[in-house]
Write a protein that binds this ligand. Structure first.
Ligand code: NAP
Ligand code: SF4
Length: 682
């Protein structure tokens, strides 16, 4: 029996003929900007990064975008592939991927009016809401030379050993801008009729095929739903798909939503596979394979989509940052050991948007393969005690055990997880369950001795025969000094999120950091955590105004009116707008969602007193009373270090990690990174 038919994922693991290429399974690692190309030893880093993913079993890898010319770069730092010398530099990357049996495409991306360059260009002068520099319309000769640049870029990709190219036509970039009336008001042969608006994409594909021949794999990434006013209607999208197919594309990848869309498309607030209807529509329009993407992060889901015929392949980008061996583990019957992408965006997109190289919250080695490979091998097996099984402690215990040490993990609570248990209680953050599943399974398989419900005391640690003691005792909520803070209406966020206490209808939240926002979400949707997946998708579409029917241009419809479950007021002392510390790529959606639910946000607060009448405060000096049933405290955390202090006093050396080390701005990203790195030093 073949590997594919023997497994739980027969369709996902079955090969597929695409053009003249046989792909070993149906999984694609989608294009991601990593910024690795901007670091020292850039090629070596990319070789290590892509080789690791190819080794992990994925069939096809697509690089981050390369512009075909200087105008099309996303920003001044972004790569453009314009000469043979550069192509030669890329050869080690393609060779490494091929060595591990995968194929690789170079993505050609012209950003058009999104380009953060001195003078962006586009079909028209219509400006983009997310680029303060307005575009200059390309003239006919410039459009012709842009086509030449795409074809030349594809030739250079072939020179560099790529199996083909992905021509980027979605996400609101140049080719997408030409395709729709929102951004194209031309009256020449590149605008007006549907056929004219599609001409640029079609000509690029046609001339690339002509120049590069039949063996060269051409993938076109079509926008399967634009999610913007003036976007394409489903019949136009189907027409473009057919035209690109006729022009010579071997396969269609799909993109969901423009970058300027005000609807989240990949963040954790998007239910899994919420947009699968859009690629399914494209697949029905053409005979060539179509690829589904966005919020697909498990082999089960990939298999369901593929087996239904909604798509012929699935593209996952972030899941391969989280676990390079995703496909291999699925094939080996070890899907329960996949380190699942939790769609947090914290270390991938948010890093890229703040000019840092991408890595991954759940896998600190992602993008840092060279750095970890250069660390010295583990010394002789040691006996390690890790005290506290939150994110930092679990990561440290797993990494230490993986390096061959014998580890005992102590947790005072009845279960492991620490602060992650509060995160996973927040509606929309159920993906944290996957992280807990991963840690549990790794701890079990690695034989980590788990002592839950047991505080590790000084004597146990001193006389337990441990070579190293790691203290990851976490944090306790900061309780602000406000008159009446012990009033029965006051609830701490752990009390609320653990379900130990519930809140009434009118609620004030003190503290508008990440946890204050999460608590507001919880208060508005705490009845929806166990909601069934199809219902979650239906509600998401209704709430954000996504139209899955064939009717509307851009895939938009009116948002369903909100019916807030509670009256929530989110408060902070700082005078600035709340939410400034939220993730760049997720915070805007969170804020929009809460605004829709009529959450009030007050800055410049000074808390006076809490009593039976509610919360008394001044807001920018004005006295107010919020008549609320409950006041939830989300005022940050303080490190819990009492055990560490005892150890040090007793002369027992101990490492301090996670929130116990630094409580300020603690998050799972820093905790997992720090725990992992410490274990690599043993
Ligand atoms: P945080 O981001 O530091 O926010 C604490 C909030 O409490 C602030 O609004 C602060 O604002 C207020 N505060 C601090 N001291 C106070 C005091 N003595 N009295 C009254 N208010 C006080 O901490 P957090 O919300 O607990 O989050 C912890 C970490 O988890 C952060 O790093 C956060 O980024 C991360 N996290 C992120 C997300 C997300 O991005 N979605 C979600 C959850 C957690 P004022 O000082 O202005 O009052
Ligand atoms: Fe996924 Fe978060 Fe890792 Fe990005 S940082 S790949 S979203 S788990």
């Amino acid at each position: 029996m073949s590997l594919a038919t023997a497994s739980a994922y027969p369709t996902l693991l079955s090969p597929l003929q695409v053009g003249r290429h046989r792909l070993r399974n149906r999984a694609i690692m989608g294009s991601m900007h990593t910024r690795l190309e901007l670091l020292d030893r850039a090629i070596e880093r990319q070789v290590a990064f892509y080789a690791e993913r190819a080794k992990g079993g994925v069939a096809l890898i697509i690089t981050g975008g390369f512009s075909p010319n200087l105008d099309g770069r996303i920003d001044e730092d972004a790569p453009a592939l314009m000469d043979s010398a550069h192509a030669a530099e890329l050869r080690p990357i393609t060779a490494a991927v091929h060595h591990h049996g995968a194929k690789i495409l170079l993505q050609i991306l012209h950003a058009g009016r999104y380009a953060k360059v001195a003078q962006p260009v586009g079909p028209s002068s219509i400006p983009s809401p997310i680029n303060k520099r307005g575009p200059r319309p390309l003239d006919d000769a410039e459009i012709e030379s842009t086509i030449d640049d795409f074809v030349r870029c594809a030739e250079l990709a072939a020179e560099a050993g790529f199996d083909g190219v992905e021509i980027m036509g979605s996400e609101g970039y140049l080719l997408n801008q030409f395709a729709v009336v929102r951004t194209n008001d031309r009256t020449d042969r590149w605008g007006g009729s549907v056929e004219n608006r599609h001409r640029l994409a079609v000509e690029i594909v046609r001339r690339t095929r002509e120049r590069l021949g039949a063996d060269f794999l051409i993938m076109y990434r079509i926008s399967a739903i634009d999610l913007v006013e003036g976007g394409a209607a489903p019949d136009e999208i189907a027409a473009l798909a057919r035209a690109v197919e006729a022009a010579g594309a071997d396969i269609l990848n799909t993109g969901i939503g423009w970058h300027e869309a005000r609807i989240p498309t990949i963040a954790y607030v998007v239910p899994r596979a919420a947009f699968r209807f859009a690629p399914a529509r494209v697949q029905r329009a053409v005979a060539i394979p179509v690829v589904a993407s966005n919020r697909i992060n498990t082999p089960e889901l990939a298999e369901t989509i593929l087996a239904s015929g909604d798509a012929a392949m699935v593209s996952m980008a972030r899941p391969f940052l989280a676990d390079p061996a995703f496909v291999r583990k699925a094939a080996d019957g070890r899907a329960d050991q996949i380190n699942t992408c939790i769609a947090c965006n914290q270390a991938c997109l948010d890093y890229i948007f703040t000019d840092r190289p991408a890595t991954c919250l759940v896998n600190p080695q992602a993008g840092r393969e060279l750095e970890f490979a250069a660390l010295p091998p583990a010394g002789a097996a040691k006996r390690i005690a890790v005290v506290g099984a939150g994110a930092a402690g679990m990561a440290c215990a797993v990494a230490a055990a993986e390096r061959g040490h014998r580890v005992a993990l102590f947790e005072a609570e009845d279960d492991i997880g620490g602060q992650l248990n509060w995160a996973r209680a927040v509606p929309g953050k159920q993906e944290f369950d996957e992280l807990m599943r991963y840690f549990r399974r790794r701890l079990e398989l690695l034989g980590v001795e788990l002592r839950v419900g047991a505080s590790a005391d000084l004597e146990t640690l001193r006389h337990g025969g441990f070579d190293r003691v790691v203290v990851s005792t976490g944090v306790r909520p900061r309780i602000p000094a406000i008159d009446g803070i012990d009033h029965p209406s006051v609830i701490t966020y752990p009390e609320l999120l653990s379900g130990r206490r519930t809140a009434g209808r009118r609620v004030a939240v003190i503290g508008a950091g990440g946890i204050g926002f999460d608590v507001a979400e919880y208060l508005l949707h705490d009845d929806q955590r166990e909601i069934e997946p199809t219902e979650a998708v239906r509600q998401f579409h209704a709430e954000w105004g996504v139209d899955p029917s064939d009717r509307s241009a851009g895939g938009l419809r009116a948002q369903a009116p909100a019916q807030p479950r509670r009256e929530v007021t989110l408060l902070q002392r700082k005078p600035e707008k709340p939410g400034r510390t939220l993730g760049v790529s997720t915070g805007w959606a969170l804020k929009l969602g809460l605004a829709r639910q009529q959450v009030r946000m007050l800055s410049g607060c000074h808390y006076e007193r809490i009593d039976d009448a509610g919360l008394h405060l001044t807001v920018n000096g004005e006295p107010r009373t919020l008549e609320v049933d409950h006041v939830i405290i989300c005022a940050g955390q303080e490190s819990e270090r009492s055990l560490h202090a005892q150890l040090i006093d007793a002369g027992v050396p101990a490492d301090l990690i996670g929130g116990a080390d630094v409580a300020e701005e603690l998050d799972a990203l820093r905790a997992i990174d720090q725990g992992t790195r410490l274990a690599w030093s043993f």
